[in-house]
Ligand binder design. Structure first.
Ligand code: UD1
Length: 370
């Protein structure tokens, strides 16, 4: 079976790494046994949605992801421009060199764009991290999830909530595969390799004595005044502890204009995977509007304050260490007060977030081709 594995933006890279590793292990085992009966061949297609070294190449290097076979070089643009470029270039590639199955991960523009192209060329589509829903159509990611799942053949899911969402939309059980979370495979595999970034020394950070913050959602950062209110509320309520903020390119442009500064605020560029997770694992808490980070903090047992009104990952709240603080800067003070009172929930680890998801996915793929 010929599989195209699609990756385009930063949060995709940690999700594909364990799947590629599991396919390669299978290929090696088959070549030792001199059998090619169960071979899965893959091509890695990078759409080029994220292209900066710090948003892409650093992750390939650290996570040992092989060089992509093709790079569609889509780069930045409006949602429609980016989607159109990815679709046109992936379609051209498939017309010249077809594949049997297109495997997409997550919820970024590349996920939706490639699944549409593949399905229209009558290929099968597999979606890893299928079925999660925020029901917030103001987020491009929710539209990407809904469109992708509406044309997916094989649904690989991270939770029972996702399974139920899919069942409610009429997907039969035979097409839903509850396999766990590939992002957590990557986290657990690399945990011992996390390493302190330079800011650890320069800001004299101490374990449990600083906070990490990330923010890049258009709804939070595109309105300058709101971002300013968020920053002010956070800095005023962290009891003087350092706040380390690795800034996404979208947010950097706006923060530059605002000229935000404070003695305890450390604005730095996007960090590679090992360095970012070192900071998270040793922090007092994380403030974020990312979805993936809420999963990582849950597994690392670090309190997470989500600066959104909803989440497509409810198990990070019901089982894990995450709480929704919302998008009103007024909610920051009471949430941080609770954190500093020492009463933040401890959380446990969601079912099947055990580091074996990549293997489970490849086992299903092997059975599909039989
Ligand atoms: C995308 C994903 C989001 C994910 C985020 C993580 C979609 C709809 N959104 O949002 O789900 O959480 O990535 O990073 O796919 N830019 C650079 N260098 C890069 C990449 C982007 O400078 O390597 C700039 C772009 O020029 C643009 C901005 O960052 O101005 C946003 O990039 P874009 O890919 O449109 O979406 P993200 O906000 O990164």
């Amino acid at each position: 079976m010929r599989i195209d594995i699609i990756a385009g933006a930063r949060p995709n890279f940690m999700k594909i790494a364990p799947i590629i590793e599991a396919i390669r292990n299978l290929q090696n085992a088959n070549s030792e046994q001199r059998t090619t009966n169960h071979d899965i061949n893959y091509r890695l297609i990078h759409t080029g949605q994220h292209y900066d070294k710090k948003m892409s190449a650093d992750f390939f290097e650290q996570l040992g992801i092989p060089e992509p076979d093709f790079n569609l070089d889509a780069r930045s643009g409006t949602q429609a421009e980016q989607t159109a470029r990815i679709m046109m270039r992936y379609e051209k590639l498939l017309l010249e060199a077809p594949a049997d199955l297109c495997l997409v991960v997550g919820d970024v523009t590349s996920t939706m764009a490639c699944s549409i192209v593949a399905k229209k060329l009558c290929m099968k589509v597999a979606h890893v991290e299928a079925g999660i829903r925020s029901y917030d159509l103001n987020m491009p990611e929710e539209i990407n999830r809904m469109v992708t799942d509406s044309i997916t053949d094989y649904f690989f899911t991270t939770s029972e909530v996702a399974n139920n969402n899919l069942r409610k939309s009429g997907i039969p059980n035979e097409r839903i595969f509850f396999v766990g979370n590939t992002m957590i495979d990557t986290l657990l595999k690399n945990r011992r390799r996390f390493e302190a970034p330079p800011i650890w020394e320069t800001a004299n950070l101490q374990k449990g004595q600083y906070l990490v913050m990330t923010m890049h959602r258009p709804a939070n950062v595109d309105e300058e005044q709101k971002l300013k209110q968020f920053m002010d509320a956070i800095l005023q309520n962290v009891e003087g502890l350092p706040v380390v903020f690795p800034v996404h390119p979208r947010t950097a442009k706006i923060l530059d204009r605002l000229g935000t500064e404070a003695n305890n605020l450390h604005l730095i560029g996007p960090l590679p995977y090992f360095e970012f997770n070192y900071l998270v694992e040793n922090s007092k808490a994380v403030l974020t509007d990312s979805g993936g980070i809420t999963e990582e903090t849950t597994v690392l047992g670090i309190p997470c304050l989500t600066l959104r009104d909803n989440t497509e990952r409810p198990e990070t709240i019901t089982v894990g260490t995450n709480e929704l603080v919302g998008t009103n800067p007024k909610n920051i003070a009471p949430a941080l007060k609770q954190l500093f009172s020492g009463n933040w929930k401890k959380g446990t680890i969601p079912e099947k977030w055990d580091g074996k998801t990549g293997k489970r996915i490849v086992k299903v793929l092997e059975e599909l081709r039989e």
